[in-house]
Ligand binder design. Structure first.
Ligand SMILES: [Zn+2]
Length: 446
């Protein structure tokens, strides 16, 4: 009886506390770049109630709540939490995202059951990390050469199987669908039709963007689907090899196809890490080496860290074409994304890659403001989660990264992270060398 009474008393007390004081957080001072592309707000105030943004504006315009936790952000820049919409999760990657200001992430192909369990563990607070949105295993089609090492991808032989696989993904609870270019045109059409019935965005690799747009596609992974359509429009043969695609197109002829893509609101995700100019990578070498040798990151297998410090060598063939596309697309009003990708062991450092790519595309000619949007609101739109994430606007989830410096004059300052806030909570992003992902990764996954 005693225990029971105590329980009742505790519930009553916490109930009263909940009514009396909803947690209120205020960010006060500094510059706000809100992710919408609007002019920066100087001497800004952001008010957060119950994990959501309740007011945004200049200090003079905002009535400050009486009882609030105030974080002084004078001399700093407040950005929305960063969104990496294209990654492939591995158990050790999780702590690196928040530490680099990535508060939201989209997985575009992993083992379905495992990645859904990761999302659940993050939602439940079993581990700390980004808000995670998942595709489960991608859809592979008849043109697939090799099914090994594909996390149990949904291999579909015909249109009916394609529809069934989308229904299965929806039933198991994915957030979006990832397609591979090995599916047929008819299968892609059926997948879009089926996925949209459930409100699931379709993202992925395509054969050509002209066909994909004709059936409503709103997202394009990598540049080859654009390049193939562009070559057809230019009356040139479409070569087999990828490198040749970048060489054969004429950037002076890009405009009509780009215009059409912008009109259809196609978000372009080029998985840009490999295109970052090598001199940018070299300028960050000391930071990269510090990460590779950080004792706090002892939980990351050595073989995963080994490639991080490898010099990228010469600029990748086709870099000028990529730079031309990105600058023209953004100038025409198109939306691009900054994302890490990184499949299995690679040179890509989760979280850190986001910043290096922002800097890289700025050097390639993309304005700094667009690089910020490509890391916040635009990827949120591609994932269909822009009502909650991607910008600092009233009603949205209170995710912020607060940095030292002005990213509009020097985009590299996004790496000077001072505070990371998720759901209105200041996050402790200190690395724990003994960190273990609570949901192991079976050895059979490759
Ligand atoms: Zn990928």
């Amino acid at each position: 009886v005693k225990t029971l009474m105590l329980t009742v008393l505790v519930i009553m007390l916490s109930d009263v506390a909940g009514v009396a004081q909803e947690s209120v957080l205020v960010l006060q001072g500094g510059t706000l770049i809100d992710g919408t592309g609007g002019a920066p707000i100087e001497d800004a105030v952001v008010v957060v109630r119950g994990g959501r943004i309740s007011a945004v504006g200049r200090r003079a315009q905002i009535q400050l709540p009486a009882e609030a936790t105030v974080i002084q952000t004078d001399g700093q820049t407040i950005l929305p939490g960063l969104v990496d919409m294209h990654l492939h999760l591995q158990p050790w990657k999780i702590p690196l995202y928040l530490a680099h200001g990535v508060t939201t992430a989209g997985d575009l192909h992993a083992n379905t059951a495992w990645v859904i369990a990761q999302r659940a563990a993050l939602e439940a607070g079993v581990m700390q990390g980004p808000h995670l949105f998942v595709s489960g295993a991608r859809v592979l089609g008849p043109a697939t050469g090799n099914l090994s090492g594909s996390f149990g991808s949904g291999f579909v032989r015909n249109v009916e199987e394609a529809r069934l696989y989308v229904r299965y993904l929806h039933a198991i609870g994915v957030d979006h669908v990832k397609v591979d270019s090995s599916i047929t045109d008819e299968q892609l059409k059926a997948i879009i039709d089926e996925a949209w019935k459930f409100g699931l965005p379709v993202l992925g690799h395509l054969n050509d963007i002209d066909y994909a747009m004709s059936i409503g596609m709103k997202e394009m992974e990598h540049l080859p689907p654009f390049l193939r359509s562009q070559l057809v429009r230019e009356g040139k043969p479409v070569p087999e090899g990828r490198t040749q695609l970048y060489r054969d197109v004429d950037p002076a002829e890009f405009s009509p196809l780009i215009q059409q893509m912008v009109e259809q609101d196609v978000v372009v995700d080029v998985a840009l890490y490999g295109w970052v100019p090598p001199e940018i990578w070299r300028s960050a070498r000391s930071e990269i080496e510090r990460l590779a040798n950080d004792p706090g990151l002892a939980f990351i297998p050595d073989e995963e860290k080994a490639p991080w410090t490898e010099d990228p060598g010469e600029p990748r063939a086709g870099s000028e074409t990529v730079a031309e596309f990105l600058t023209q697309y953004v100038e025409a009003g198109g939306k691009i994304t900054v994302s890490s990708d990184g499949y299995r062991t690679s040179r890509i450092i989760p979280g850190f890659a986001q910043h290096l790519i922002m800097q890289g595309i700025t050097v390639m000619g993309v304005p700094a403001m667009a690089a910020i949007q490509a890391s916040t609101l635009w990827p949120a739109e591609a994932l269909g989660i822009e009502e909650d994430y991607g910008s600092v606007e009233v009603g949205k989830v209170a995710d912020f990264v607060i940095i030292e410096g002005n990213p509009l004059t020097n985009i590299a300052t996004t790496r000077n992270i001072r505070t990371v806030i998720q759901d209105g909570n200041v996050m402790d992003t200190t690395y724990d060398p003994n960190w273990v992902n609570p949901i192991r990764y079976p050895a059979s996954f490759r």
